[in-house]
Design a protein around this ligand. Structure first.
Ligand code: THU
Length: 140
């Protein structure tokens, strides 16, 4: 796979810029994600809640589904921001279901998960660190 340059600040900014589109009237916890695919393109997604609570979806899975639905194949990195009432006060880690969905479309040792407070203040880990000993397509 060709190596894609990761502009982490730009990826984080894409997530921050789209945070106001988060629809979270039930939890009031707004989340936004921006995923960099190996084409070099960035796709965004926000959490979208529902009056039937389990029908809601996380920001990360929305961003990934957006990318895959546009013909993208592999994830290079994802930036995640979020907080109560749209205020980013801490690093926002991805939930377990989102980690598993990321696993489907990446090399866990290469994929970077960026949990950000701002373009300058972030924590990064590989998916392998966040989801060790994972089950993926190669296991079937
Ligand atoms: N949420 C995300 O969007 N991503 C995560 O990884 C964690 C949780 C959303 C789901 C729900 O709309 C709200 O945050 C509170 O759980």
């Amino acid at each position: 796979m060709k190596n894609i340059e990761i502009d982490k600040a730009a990826l984080i900014r894409a997530a921050i810029d789209n945070l106001p589109n988060s629809y979270a009237p039930y939890s009031s916890f707004n989340v936004s994600a921006a995923v960099l695919m190996n084409s070099g393109k960035i796709y965004t997604g926000v959490n979208v809640e529902n009056a039937s609570y389990p029908a809601g979806i996380c920001a990360e899975r929305n961003a990934i589904s957006h990318a895959i639905g546009c013909g993208e194949k592999r994830i290079v990195a994802i930036a995640i921001v979020g907080g109560a009432n749209g205020e980013i006060q801490d690093y926002c880690p991805p939930c377990g279901i989102c980690r598993q969905v990321m696993r489907e479309f990446c090399d866990p040792e290469e994929m970077i998960v960026i949990m950000a407070k701002s373009p300058e203040d972030y924590k990064e880990m590989t998916l392998e660190e966040l989801l060790p000993e994972s089950f993926g397509p190669e296991n079937l």
